[in-house]
Design a protein around this ligand. Structure first.
Ligand SMILES: [Zn+2]
Ligand SMILES: [Zn+2]
Length: 133
């Protein structure tokens, strides 16, 4: 029987780490999260993720890792930001990159309507300019 070393899900980024490396990773990950969050536009900033407190203890006296990891994963998901256009969720820094290429489908129609308005405006302004002269 192969025993896999237990892994702990980081409650900030949702990645899995060994029981020893998670202790090193967590403070670094939280620091990185704060740095990235501070760079975001105000409307995209998130409240700091809270470390889930799971007190479930199995019959053998160990923490219930599955419950702990599930809570951590849920917590990590809450740090994702939904795209206002397509509704998919991204890490905040990824969302900024994504939004450059994610365009609403109605954009082309709105552009055509505006072009029509501009044509009407330019005619009237031309008239007023010629009157001033
Ligand atoms: Zn992490
Ligand atoms: Zn999108």
């Amino acid at each position: 029987m192969i025993r896999h070393p237990p892994t702990i899900v980081c409650y900030i980024c949702g990645r899995e780490y060994g029981t020893k490396s998670i202790a090193i990773h967590e403070p670094q990950c939280l620091k990185k999260w704060h740095n990235e969050n501070n760079l975001l536009p105000k409307e995209l900033r998130r409240p700091e993720p809270k470390k889930p407190e799971v007190r479930t203890i199995t019959a053998k006296g160990f923490y219930d890792l599955d419950a702990l990891n599930e809570a951590a994963w849920t917590s990590a998901q809450s740090t994702l930001v939904p795209c206002a256009v397509c509704g998919r969720t991204f890490l905040p820094d990824r969302l900024i990159v994504h939004q450059r290429s994610c365009k609403p489908k109605v954009a082309k129609e709105q552009l055509e309507v505006h072009q029509g308005d501009d044509f009407g405006d330019s005619t009237s302004s031309f008239t007023s300019v010629s009157q001033q002269m």
